[in-house]
Design a protein around this ligand. Structure first.
Ligand code: IVH
Length: 668
């Protein structure tokens, strides 16, 4: 392939990938299978590696982020990032409308753009010649952090615009959000492995966008809605028209907006979304109302920190009073204690609320919540109701501050609290019933062993003494299950079959299923990939564990101590005997022949493409690196090897091998 051909190919792949990406993440209408997308991406990656001269920060291959630590530099905003004045009722909105009329003159026609007020974190993105240039957080409104690398990982934000009618240079602003589904998955995973959870999707979004490692940001699956364009040569005087045009450039611009002819139509929009917002897959906390004409906006200008031409209407978080009857203390599978308030049942946002989480001892102290107190419960955009205040004036003079428990409510073991951790926990891992049952529920869950066994069945089998730990699933007998209420021959056979099938679960999922603290599915995958067998993980020192990218001291210590406990070793022994997978499956053709060897490929080859050669190196446990250094083990040379590379090869005396030598090496 000539250089020109390579460049054309790279450009064409980038275009195609960006087209499919837009269809999937912005329009939600996929036009390619995940597999084909990944294959195309891999091909592009290989070409980019071979021809680094065509590197582009906006290549779709960089959407996965990088492991290198980000440093955020402060950048001054070209247009300050202002906030909006808030209103809470229609009267205040009418006042706003009257102010506008007065300022622009009674006879000047005007319209309002009505939009959803997304509850996330604001971002300002600059585009130069149709390419993503820089993304800055709001900061203090005057200057913010350059988080470009992290924002590039958000799939719904275009890196290359479509069409050609966009200004040479402009800014677009919007809100980075975390949809409910992603938020609950993230919190579940965090809770599951013993990490502190995020209070709401907004905190999760703003926390994620400031993470140092952009590869981690990519995994957070953030999304973004854009809602305002700034610049010199915008296509239209109408704000809403500009948004609609920006949509054709590839931006994610919501259809849930309206051009209102008067304030009454604004009220209609608000009334509609006040009801409808509970059906959205993300949080909104109100409606934003903007004078639509840019000229009028300029004429109206700003007061202090907010524009005169826009205002927000905040939805009232529904708040109701109830009474605190008692506090339960729940014990999770990692032993973490969560206090839960039992309330007098009340109706809130269409559901009956009887319980609310109190999170931890600090929250109880902060609220100073006491038994029999009148409490106020709210459900805003958030999913879980929360106690937001306590009526301290009306409490009995005999009421006493809540004393946080000191011992596990289930097994009576003294609770512990690690420095820097919000939650207390019960250290009695092996005989505290909710911890054992929790571990079993985790073990059978879909992402782990995927055994078709619900909470009630686990409970019944545990109470009957047939399940003492996770390895007992594999010695269950049909008559033991048949004893349980609701089980018949057929359902017993189904459960046993599901247990039998689970023996084929790949190693990485078995490792996740073991329920080691801080080992989520991503960490389990890394451990399986790097150590290959459970014996290797068991033997590994804390230092060896930390050597794996993304595994820090906290995880390493947790893994290390897990394998130093005889009880865990015994469970693993039993699981091994039952036939579970405790080593990474060898994929056909995979060997360890090139283990630890770094190989640089250069030039063109007769029998295989460079991409194929790269795959072969990896299949045989070697590493393909792009530049020659002292630590390179072999230089795999074809025709037309780059002279600068060759110079280095000679300097470092690196063995040169041909395509045939290489194939012989790997027995092909
Ligand atoms: S327009 C000068 N439109 O709300 C006004 N803001 O309280 C620029 N927000 O900082 C903002 N949805 O973070 C605008 N459709 C929307 C919005 C929106 C959410 C956020 C944004 C802004 C804050 C103002």
């Amino acid at each position: 392939m000539t250089k020109q051909e390579a460049e054309n190919k790279i450009i064409s792949f980038r275009k195609k990938l960006s087209y499919h990406n837009h269809n999937y993440y912005v329009l939600s209408k996929p036009t390619i299978s995940d597999y084909d997308y990944d294959m195309m991406l891999k091909e592009l990656e290989a070409l980019e590696k071979e021809y680094p001269e065509f590197n582009d920060l906006n290549s779709p291959t960089l959407r996965v982020g990088s492991d290198k630590d980000n440093t955020f530099t402060q950048v001054k905003h070209e247009y300050p990032m202002l906030s909006l004045g808030n209103t809470y009722n229609f009267e205040e909105l009418s006042d706003f409308d009257n102010r506008i009329k007065k300022l622009i003159g009674e006879n000047t026609p005007y319209k309002y753009a009505c939009e959803l007020k997304y509850d996330g974190t604001a971002i300002s993105i600059k585009y130069k010649k149709g390419k993503f240039f820089q993304a800055i957080t709001r900061g203090d409104g005057t200057q913010g952090d350059d988080v470009s690398e992290n924002v590039r990982t958000i799939r719904s934000i275009p890196l290359q615009l479509q069409g050609n009618n966009f200004p040479d240079y402009f800014e677009i602003r919007g809100e980075i959000i975390m949809p409910h589904k992603i938020f609950s998955e993230l919190n579940k995973e965090r809770e599951d492995i013993g990490e502190q959870t995020f209070a709401n999707p907004r905190n999760a979004a703003s926390g994620s966008i400031k993470m140092k490692n952009s590869a981690e940001v990519a995994k957070r699956k953030l999304d973004a809605f854009l809602y305002i364009l700034l610049g010199e040569n915008l296509p239209s005087d109408s704000h809403i028209e500009n948004l609609n045009i920006a949509k054709t450039w590839g931006f994610k611009i919501s259809d849930n907006k309206k051009l209102a002819n008067n304030i009454n139509e604004v009220f209609d929009f608000i009334n509609y979304w006040d009801k409808e917002r509970k059906n959205l897959p993300y949080d909104i906390d109100g409606i934003v109302i903007k004078v639509d004409s840019k000229n009028l906006q300029d004429e109206l200008g700003f007061t202090g920190k907010s524009p005169r031409w826009a205002i927000s209407y905040k939805f009232k978080a529904e708040r109701v009073a109830s009474k605190l009857i008692s506090i339960d203390y729940q014990v999770g599978r990692t032993g973490a204690i969560t206090p839960v308030a039992n309330l007098e049942p009340i109706q809130l946002a269409g559901t009956t609320v009887k319980r609310a989480s109190l999170h931890n001892a600090d929250i109880i102290k902060e609220l100073d919540i006491r038994i029999n107190d009148t409490v106020f419960v709210e459900k805003g955009g958030e999913i879980i109701p929360k106690i937001v205040a306590v009526d301290k004036d009306n409490r009995s003079i005999f009421s006493e501050p809540t004393k946080y428990i000191t011992h596990c409510p289930k097994c009576k073991t003294k609770l512990k609290r690690e420095e820097g951790e919000a939650k207390h926990y019960c250290p009695n891992e092996f005989t505290c019933p909710p911890q054992i049952k929790g571990k079993m529920e985790h073990f059978v869950s879909r992402k782990a062993m995927d055994i078709n066994c619900g909470e009630a069945t686990i409970n019944a089998l545990f109470n009957a003494g047939h399940l003492k730990n996770i390895s007992d699933f594999y010695i269950l007998e049909s008559k033991q299950i048949l004893e349980l209420e609701g089980f018949k021959e057929k359902s017993v056979a189904n459960l046993l079959e599901s247990i039998e099938q689970s023996k084929k679960t790949p190693f990485e999922r078995v490792l996740f299923a073991l329920g080691i603290r801080f080992v989520g599915s991503t960490v389990a995958k890394l451990l399986a990939k790097n150590f290959k067998t459970i014996e290797n993980i068991e033997k590994a020192s804390i230092e060896e564990l930390i050597k794996v990218d993304e595994i820090g001291e906290r995880i390493a210590k947790s893994v290390f101590s897990f394998f130093r406990d005889e009880r865990n070793i015994k469970i693993i022994y039993n699981l091994k005997n039952a036939g579970l997978q405790f080593k990474s499956e060898k994929i056909e053709g995979e060997t360890d022949i090139l283990k630890g060897k770094k190989i640089v490929i250069s030039g063109t080859f007769e029998k295989h493409s460079r991409n194929d050669l790269k795959k072969m190196i990896e299949q045989n446990a070697g590493k393909n690196t792009s530049s020659v250094s002292k630590s390179t083990d072999y230089f795999l040379a074809g025709d037309k090897v780059g002279p600068s590379k060759l110079e280095k090869v000679e300097k470092f005396k690196i063995p040169i091998i041909s395509e045939n030598d290489f194939l012989k090496m790997i027995n092909k």
